[in-house]
Design a protein around this ligand. Sequence first.
Ligand SMILES: [Zn+2]
Length: 124
Amino acid sequence: MNIYSPCQTCSEELQAKTTCDTRGEHAMRKGETITLKCFSCNTQNTTHIDDFKARESSFIKMFALISFLVTLLIAVGALLWMLFTEGVTVVWYGILTIPFLIYGSLLGYDRNRVRIFNRLYAKR
Ligand SMILES: [Zn+2]
């Protein structure tokens, strides 16, 4: 997940990546500070993990939206096909809830890990 913090010299936003879900986990595994070079003022920043903030991923949002549309299309297609062939079975209406479930759970997953990261501190 991408985490962000402002440059200590020019306040330009610096971006880092972490594979950990919490600041504490990151501090334990990768150390408490991250050293990043600012591209606008060329300063080397050593920033504590507690000063980083996570943000919801636009990639997951996009992915959630695409899988929502694709599964919705399949579900509607299957439903129409059933309607015009052998009459309606209630089971097929259940398929319509799948796109909503996938979309909702993907967004929920991302929001949740961002919330957890931003809430817990490594305690310097
Ligand atoms: Zn800078």
